[in-house]
Design a protein around this ligand. Structure first.
Ligand SMILES: CC(C)(COP(=O)(O)OP(=O)(O)OC[C@H]1O[C@@H](n2cnc3c(N)ncnc32)[C@H](O)[C@@H]1OP(=O)(O)O)[C@@H](O)C(=O)NCCC(=O)NCCS
Length: 157
């Protein structure tokens, strides 16, 4: 059994400067570009957590709450919120950062990464240690989302 890990130690942050290549036809950050950044961050967090390769099983809940524009600084912050036996739920929040470094959230996403071995078979992941009330509440939400995902799969949609 691998050593348990604290939520705090799973946190990763990555910033991007929005350039022309990231912009869609009507001048905003292209949603697909942001989805790629979110998926990459979730994969890195998942790999560090599991210490194995991981694959994206599902993007569960991806909410665009606001836009980002040319020359904006966009910051992604991710963390592990829940783990099953072989799956890891990662939450990635995306912010636009102003010059005074205040941040406005523009997206929240939950991504399910599955730890896999050399034969691409799911393998067990470490247990997650949550220490604060917020982390405990997020774990409870994660458990609910995990159960709902299972139910959806059982029902075939
Ligand atoms: C993800 C994958 C490895 C799961 O394999 P599987 O044979 O279904 O394995 P299992 O049924 O034992 O499930 C393994 C874990 O994945 C989770 N899982 C599987 N499908 C899932 C889905 N659609 N949504 C959320 N979780 C899922 C299960 O709940 C289980 O988690 P747990 O062990 O924590 O309970 C397999 O479906 C796969 O390789 N999918 C393609 C992934 C991929 O290519 N991603 C990149 C897309 S370009």
């Amino acid at each position: 059994m691998k050593e348990s890990k604290r939520v705090e130690d799973t946190i990763a942050e990555q910033a991007y400067l929005i350039m022309h290549k990231h912009i869609n036809g009507y001048g905003r950050l292209f949603g697909g570009q942001l989805m790629q950044w979110i998926d990459s961050m979730a994969a890195i967090i998942g790999k560090r957590y599991a210490q194995t390769e991981v694959t994206t099983a599902a993007i569960d809940n991806l909410n665009f709450r606001g836009g980002a524009y040319l020359n904006d600084t966009v910051v992604l912050i991710g963390r592990v919120t829940y783990v099953g036996n072989t799956s890891i739920e990662v939450r990635v929040d995306t912010y636009v950062e102003a010059l005074d470094e205040t941040r406005k959230m523009i997206n929240r996403a939950y991504i399910v990464m599955v730890a896999i071995d050399q034969n691409e078979q799911p393998v067990q992941v470490p247990r997650l240690i949550f220490e604060t009330e917020a982390q405990k509440a997020e774990w409870a939400g994660g458990k609910r989302r995990y159960d709902l995902r299972k139910e959806r799969r059982r029902e075939g949609f």
